[in-house]
Write a protein that binds this ligand. Structure first.
Ligand code: SAH
Ligand code: MG
Length: 193
């Protein structure tokens, strides 16, 4: 009971978009190298990335928010199977409707892709002085580079929003961002001193 491989299999079977292998490795290395201790995650799904991040080090703690009740319940099962209830605090809510009080070394945005600017603007207030905001899925399966070929209107609108977010990060006066092609495309944003 309670193996990472089982969670990966479950995600595949039920079409749950957990982080890709090299994406989660990137995140794990970032946590290790920068001695990250307190993490706020937007978008838990079934707890996969929260569990992987927590397992990096004994002193890592994660608060994670999920709005889908089924996924939330599945996440609780997985977190419990790993005995990580005391280090992962999962909240059932729409992240845009709740207030979080703590300060975090790392904020990981991996929820509704069209809302990235809203998540960023809301949760930057929860960032420690030297903190980082990391965002996943900026390539959106390679679609952000091929927007003219997309036929579906909804998909096109979503991909346009992801591109807007990248532009928002590139032109941001408060934060400086680096972009990586790892996994499904990741940004690392640090507050300017
Ligand atoms: N971070 C996870 C994958 C998250 S998938 C992992 O890598 O293991 C994205 C999740 O974000 C979905 O489960 C979706 O229900 C949730 N989500 C989307 N918008 C949200 C919001 N506004 N508030 C909370 N959760 C949200
Ligand atoms: Mg993702």
């Amino acid at each position: 009971m309670g193996s990472i491989e089982e969670i990966e299999k479950y995600a595949k079977k039920h079409n749950i978009p957990i982080m890709q292998k090299d994406g989660i490795e990137f995140l794990e290395n970032y946590i290790k190298e920068n001695h990250v201790k307190n993490i706020l995650e937007i978008g838990s799904a079934i707890g996969y990335s929260a569990i992987k991040m927590t397992l990096v080090n004994n002193d890592v703690k994660v608060t994670t928010i999920e709005r889908d009740e089924n996924r939330f319940n599945e996440a609780i099962k997985n977190i419990t199977a790993f005995n990580l209830n005391n280090r992962i605090n999962i909240i059932l809510a729409d992240a845009l409707n709740i207030n979080i009080n703590g300060k975090y070394d790392l904020i990981f945005i991996d929820a509704a892709k069209a809302q990235n600017i809203k998540f960023f603007e809301k949760f930057k207030l929860n960032l420690n002085e030297d903190g980082t905001i990391i965002t996943d899925n900026l390539n959106f399966h390679g679609l952000t580079e091929k927007i003219d070929n997309i036929k579906s209107k909804n998909l096109k609108a979503l991909v346009r929003k992801i591109n807007n977010y990248k532009e928002f990060l590139k032109t941001n006066k408060e934060f400086t961002s680096s972009f990586y092609d790892t996994g499904d495309g990741i940004s690392v944003s640090k507050k300017n001193k």
